[in-house]
Design a protein around this ligand. Structure first.
Ligand SMILES: [Zn+2]
Length: 144
């Protein structure tokens, strides 16, 4: 052993937990189909919420049941179907950027056909779950 096992002095993360242990994948919500699904599910114009996508701890996959790409719409529809969150609660969390607890012990189901995801992905533990774009020239003020 040439070098002793020292702490990495250039680590950007002072936490004892290691963010690098976890994969983080950005799932954009910009497809027309997903925008429409999310608008239906959240009973509001999803495009006006200024969301670019969400961070997940696994890659998007093609649904084995119907060929739809997994997305935030599946997460939202599952949360509504299982009663984990109400529409109001989720829209409020998206607007404010507040953390939305996810039940990672629960399956997530395809919004379109109901097939369960092959893995129970959820939000990553680091870096936040919601990725917002710049305000779309609206008067929307972010609280805090
Ligand atoms: Zn499906």
């Amino acid at each position: 052993m040439a070098s002793p096992p020292v702490q990495n002095p250039s680590s950007e993360y002072p936490n004892t937990n290691q963010p690098g242990d976890e994969e983080v994948h950005f799932w954009p919500t910009d497809s027309p189909e997903e925008q429409q699904n999310l608008s239906e599910l959240l009973q509001s114009d999803f495009g006006s919420l200024g969301v670019l996508g969400v961070n997940m701890n696994g890659p998007r996959v093609v649904c084995t049941g119907c060929g739809k790409l997994s997305g935030f719409d599946d997460v939202v529809s599952t949360a509504l179907k299982t009663g984990a969150h109400t529409v109001t609660y989720m829209v409020d969390a998206i607007r404010s950027g507040r953390f939305l607890p996810s039940n990672q012990h629960e399956n997530v189901y395809c919004y379109k056909c109901g097939e369960a995801w092959p893995k129970r992905w959820g939000w990553p533990r680091y870096g936040g779950w919601l990725v917002r774009g710049p305000d779309l020239g609206s008067d929307l003020q972010l609280a805090e």
